[in-house]
Design a protein around this ligand. Structure first.
Ligand code: ADP
Length: 531
C-alpha cells in the first residue's frame, strides 16, 4: 500500500491500550516524530492524488469545476494529524441555485433516455469506482480518518449501490389495474420525481452519497449533492468518475460550504422535488419543516440509539464478536453503532470480561498504519462529546472497565472504552455517543430488555444475541427498530432496506424498495374504449 509506513514507525503508531480506572487527562502528542512522519506521508499522498486527478478542490456545477463565486474557501483537515489537506470552495445560495438549474436542465434529457442507457452509464461508473478503489480508500482515510482497510471496504460497499441500481434501473415496472368499468383501462406509470437535493454526513464520505445518487440516477432523476464540509474530497472524486463514466454534465452536481444557505436554497426551490438526507436528528427536523413550504418528498436517515441485547442463552464468543463489530466500526462513529449493550445478569460477568479482553486488542492509530482498527474521532467537538458522556456516567455511578480517557497519541484519538454498571438514565444511554465507548447495562427478564431497548425516541438498528429461536422471533417483533441483527453485528448491504422508525427517520435506502423513494406514481385512466 503506497501510504503504509514501513517498519518501526508503523508499529509504534499502533498503541496497545491498557486497562485503566482513571479518566480524562488531557494529553497531546501532536509534535512527536511519529506524527511528523504520518504528516509527511499524508502530504505526499495528497500530492499524488492531485496529480492523478482524483483530488479535486472545486465544486461541480453543470459539468464544470468551479470555485465559490466570491473566491472563499474552507479548509479540509486530516483528523489524524490536523494537517490541512486542501481547501475547497465555500459556496452558498448563488452556486446552489446554479447547480439546481443545471440539474433541472439535465433532467429534461436524462429522464428521457432509456433505462438501459442509464444502466450502462451507472455500470461504467461502478467499474471506475472499483478500479480506483485504493485511491478512493486513501482519500477516505485522509479526510475521515478510518483505517485504510475499512476505507477500502467502504469503497466496495459504496460502489455496490451503483452496481445494484444500475441493474434496478431496468426493473422499474408500472402496473395495469383491472378496471371497474368495461370501457375503461387503468394503468400506473412510475416516473422520476425530478431534481434531488442529497445532503450527506462525514462518517461514510462515499457510501452515503452512492446510496442516494445510485437510485436517483437509475430512475432518471438528477442530483445536487451537498457533502459534509469535513469530508468533501471523496464526493468530488466520485463526481469526477461519474463524468468519466459519461454521465451527462449537470446530472451530478456538487456544492459545499455554508450548509444552511445551501440547505435553504435546496428547500426553497420549486425545481427540487426531493430532499434525501443522512445526518443528525436536529438538522433532519429542520429540513422536514423547511420542505413543507414546497411540499417536497423527503427521505431522512437520522440518529440512532442502537441497543445490543445479550441474553443468558447467547454464545459468548458470537456475542463478543458481534458486539465488537457493531460498536467499534469506524471508531463508533456510525448511526447503527451499538450505543447500549444490554446484558442479562446470568451472563453479564462472563460477557464483560471476554468483551473487555477483545476491546483491549483493538489497535489505535493513524488509519494509514498497518494493523490499525481504530482511527481518530472526526474533530474536537466529537471528542468533547465522548468525554462529557463518560464523565456524566462516572458521576452517576458507572465504572470504567477499560480505557475511559483520551489516547496517548493525542489529538482526537480516544481509548476504546468499556463501562460497567451503566443505567438507563445516564446521558450515554439516552443519546448517541458516536465514539469508541461501550456502556454495559444489566437486565433480568426478556420483558425488561425489550422495555429498555424501546425506551428511546430513536429506532434505527438493534442487535440481539440469543440461541433461542422462539425468543429471536418474539424480541425481533417487539423491537421498535428499522433493522435488527440477530447474532450478527454488521447488517448493512445494498440488497436490504436500510432506514429507521420513530425519530430515526423516514424512507428506506438500498434494495428493491430504495428506488421507490425517487419515483412518483402516475395513475392513468383511459376511457371511452368503445369508440
Ligand atoms: P453530523 O453531526 O453528523 O455532522 P449534521 O446533521 O450536522 O450531522 O450534518 C449532516 C449534513 O447536514 C452535513 O452535510 C452538514 O453540512 C449538513 N447540514 C448541517 N446543517 C444544515 C442545514 N441547516 N441545512 C442543510 N444541511 C445542513
Amino acid at each position: 500500500m503506497a501510504m503504509r509506513m514501513a517498519g518501526a514507525a508503523a508499529r509504534s503508531a499502533s498503541h496497545r491500550i491498557s486497562f485503566s480506572t482513571g479518566h480524562l487527562p488531557s494529553m497531546r502528542a501532536s509534535s512527536s516524530p511519529l506524527s511528523r512522519q504520518i504528516t509527511m506521508d499524508a502530504q505526499s499522498l495528497a500530492a499524488r492524488l492531485k496529480t492523478s486527478g482524483l483530488l479535486r478542490s472545486q465544486g461541480l456545477i453543470g459539468g464544470k469545476w468551479v470555485d465559490a463565486y466570491d473566491g472563499k474557501t474552507v479548509k479540509v483537515h486530516n483528523p489524524a494529524t490536523g494537517e490541512v489537506i486542501t481547501e475547497v470552495p465555500c459556496m452558498g445560495s448563488r452556486e446552489t441555485k446554479d447547480a439546481i438549474s443545471s440539474a433541472n436542465d439535465a433532467f429534461q434529457s436524462w429522464s428521457k433516455v432509456t433505462a438501459a442507457e442509464r444502466s450502462r452509464h451507472l455500470r461504467k461508473w461502478y467499474d471506475l469506482l472499483i478500479s480506483h478503489k485504493e485511491e478512493l480508500g486513501q482519500l477516505i482515510t485522509l479526510e475521515q480518518g478510518k483505517p485504510l482497510k475499512e476505507a477500502i471496504g467502504e469503497v466496495g460497499y459504496g460502489a455496490s449501490f451503483i452496481e445494484f441500481f444500475s441493474e434496478e434501473a431496468k426493473r422499474v415496472y408500472g402496473d395495469i389495474i383491472p378496471a371497474p368499468l368495461a370501457d375503461r383501462r387503468l394503468f400506473v406509470l412510475k416516473q422520476p420525481v425530478g431534481v434531488v437535493g442529497a445532503i450527506t454526513p462525514w462518517n461514510f464520505p462515499l457510501a452515503m452519497i452512492t446510496r442516494k445518487v445510485g437510485p436517483a440516477l437509475a430512475c432518471g432523476c438528477t442530483v445536487v449533492i451537498k457533502p459534509s464540509e469535513l469530508t468533501p474530497l471523496t464526493a468530488l472524486a466520485a463526481a469526477e468518475l461519474s463524468l468519466q463514466a459519461g454521465i451527462p454534465p449537470g446530472a451530478v452536481n456538487v456544492v459545499m460550504g455554508k450548509a444552511s444557505d445551501i440547505g435553504d436554497s435546496l428547500l426553497e426551490s420549486s425545481q427540487v422535488r426531493k430532499i434525501t438526507f443522512t445526518g443528525s436528528t436536529a438538522v433532519g427536523k429542520k429540513l422536514m419543516a423547511g420542505a413543507a413550504a414546497t411540499v417536497k418528498k423527503l427521505s431522512l436517515e437520522l440518529g440512532g440509539n442502537a441497543p445490543c441485547i445479550v441474553f443468558d442463552d447467547a454464545d459468548v464468543d458470537v456475542a463478543v464478536k458481534g458486539t465488537l463489530a457493531a460498536k467499534f466500526r469506524n471508531s463508533g462513529q456510525t448511526c447503527v453503532c451499538a450505543n447500549r449493550v444490554i446484558v442479562q445478569e446470568g451472563i453479564y460477568e462472563r460477557f464483560a470480561t471476554a468483551f473487555s479482553k477483545a476491546v483491549q486488542n483493538l489497535q489505535v492509530g493513524d488509519g494509514f498504519s498497518e494493523g490499525i482498527t481504530q482511527g481518530p474521532l472526526i474533530n474536537e467537538a466529537a471528542l468533547h462529546k465522548v468525554e462529557s458522556f463518560v464523565e456524566d456516567a462516572i458521576s452517576k455511578g458507572a465504572k470504567i472497565l477499560l480505557g475511559g480517557r483520551r489516547h496517548s497519541l493525542g489529538r482526537t484519538f480516544y481509548e476504546p472504552t468499556v463501562m460497567g454498571d451503566v443505567k438507563s438514565d445516564m446521558l450515554i444511554s439516552r443519546e448517541e455517543v458516536f465514539g469508541p465507548v461501550a456502556p454495559l447495562l444489566r437486565f433480568r427478564t426478556e420483558e425488561e430488555a425489550i422495555h429498555m431497548a424501546n425506551d428511546t425516541n430513536a429506532g434505527l438498528a438493534a442487535y440481539i444475541f440469543t440461541s433461542n429461536v422462539q425468543r429471536t422471533w418474539r424480541v425481533t417483533e417487539a423491537l421498535e427498530y428499522g433493522l435488527v441483527g440477530v447474532n450478527e453485528g454488521i447488517v448493512s448491504t445494498e440488497v436490504a432496506p436500510f432506514g429507521g422508525v420513530k425519530q430515526s427517520g423516514l424512507g428506506r435506502e438500498g434494495s428493491k424498495y430504495g428506488i421507490d423513494e425517487y419515483l412518483e406514481l402516475k395513475y392513468v385512466c383511459l376511457g371511452n374504449m368503445e369508440h
